[in-house]
Design a protein around this ligand. Structure first.
Ligand code: FEO
Length: 398
């Protein structure tokens, strides 16, 4: 039972943590690692909810074997068909040929695309409101389309009051010997990773998250069992409130971030001067980021946290400095809303970046782009002090 943790009576965690993967989805750096959670139901009928990523397959299959202790596996329930959770479906079906695979209609469409042999699996197709009883536990399925794939299901067990929530309420971050959020200092150990995970992976689908949160509000939830990160059994309202804020694009903090692009350091100096002015005028917290040296997923996480976003960069090939353009495109792709933007630019001969950034940001919903902007020529000088003051004042007042 070395890789297994008891969640509650009859429910066990049999997943694994990966600390070797450099980038989640081959995009997002995860120096903190990631866990792939799978849940085993030890009841009159046995069931397993989701498998795991191929990187932890050996541990996962060993855990499953230990959990079964010689019993047969009756059900493999697939709440989400993304390969970080479904990689072992064919292996589990091969090990337990009598298993009934449970999922939505679209689950099976995707399953046959990934595993053509799934056409021969014993299957049970379920939809919103259907139930699966294993004996003491009865799981009711809740459709969660586009959170963040279309086939996603949640499952709610009245006996344990557990909500198995697929990717929702998940986070980057390997489990360091714990399982429950209350075994960690979650705000310190996981919150930035949870926010970055939400914003980058699920952030575009706020409307769909809101829809499923409304459905979940009708359930008496005592535990949340996500597919990544710790299980929630205490302070659920605190994390639900975060999800509510994130999915309605409400900021968590009135803090400002200053994100700059700089070829040789002159724009960086201007950005630092803006940050210093903002701190002294507002007394608030300000974070400064180099857009070239900060992976965009961290910047997106900060955009979800903060209300005010200051962008300063040079004109480059008559366009926006490329890393900044990438950041702006990512914000547009993820549907960022309800933020205040302040724009600055540096140009040695023909600065046009503020206009170009304004054009891009104007495509976002419900955003304010301050009329007051900052333009420096090549480098910040004492003669720019008044303009910098006016720019910082406008940001503080916004
Ligand atoms: Fe963790 Fe959408 O897979």
């Amino acid at each position: 039972m070395k890789g297994i943790r008891k969640v509650t009576d009859g429910i066990y965690w049999i997943g694994g943590s990966d600390r070797r993967l450099e980038r989640f989805e081959n995009i997002f750096p995860i120096p903190e690692g990631v866990s792939y959670n799978s849940y085993f139901i030890d009841d009159e009928k046995t069931a397993v909810f989701d498998t795991a990523d191929i990187s932890v397959a050996d541990q996962y299959l060993e855990n499953l074997g230990e959990a079964l202790s010689g019993k047969k596996l009756d059900y493999l329930v697939v709440l989400h068909m993304e390969p970080d959770h479904c990689s072992q479906i064919a292996n589990v079906a091969a090990l337990f040929p009598e298993v009934t695979v449970v999922g939505s209609k679209q689950t099976f469409t995707f399953m046959e695309q990934f595993f053509p042999e799934a056409a021969g699996f014993k299957r049970l197709e379920v939809k919103e409101g259907d139930t699966l009883s294993t004996g003491k536990h009865t799981f009711k399925f809740v459709a969660a389309p586009m959170v963040h794939w279309p086939e996603v299901l949640f499952a709610y067990d009245e006996a344990s009051k557990a909500l198995l929530s697929a990717d929702a309420f998940g986070t980057f971050g390997a489990l360091d010997g714990g399982l429950f959020a209350d075994e960690y200092d979650f705000e310190k150990d996981f919150l930035p990773s949870a926010r970055r995970y939400y914003a980058n992976i699920v952030g575009k689908y706020g409307v769909q998250v809101q829809a499923v949160l409304k459905k979940a509000a009708g359930l008496d939830i005592g535990m949340i069992l996500p597919l990544h990160g710790p299980v929630w059994r205490k302070d659920l309202a605190w994390f639900l409130d975060k999800y509510n804020k994130w999915s309605t694009y409400e900021f968590e903090s009135d803090d400002a971030i200053v994100v700059y692009g700089s070829l040789y350091g002159h724009t960086a100096s201007a950005a630092e001067a803006v940050a210093a002015s903002l701190r002294s005028k507002s007394g608030g917290n300000v974070r400064v980021y180099d857009v070239s040296g900060t992976d965009v997923s961290y910047l997106i996480g900060e955009v979800w946290r903060c209300r005010k976003i200051v962008l300063i960069c040079p004109t480059y090939n008559n366009g926006i400095y490329t890393p900044m353009e990438n950041f702006l495109s990512d914000m547009a792709a993820l549907g960022v809303q309800n933020r205040v933007f302040a724009l600055g630019q540096n140009g040695t001969w023909a600065p046009v970046t503020v206009k170009l950034m304004t054009d891009k940001l104007s495509q976002l919903k419900n955003v304010t782009i301050l009329e007051e902007t900052l333009t420096i020529k090549s480098a910040l000088h004492a003669s720019d002090e008044n303009a910098l003051n006016i720019f910082a004042d406008a940001i503080v007042k916004a």
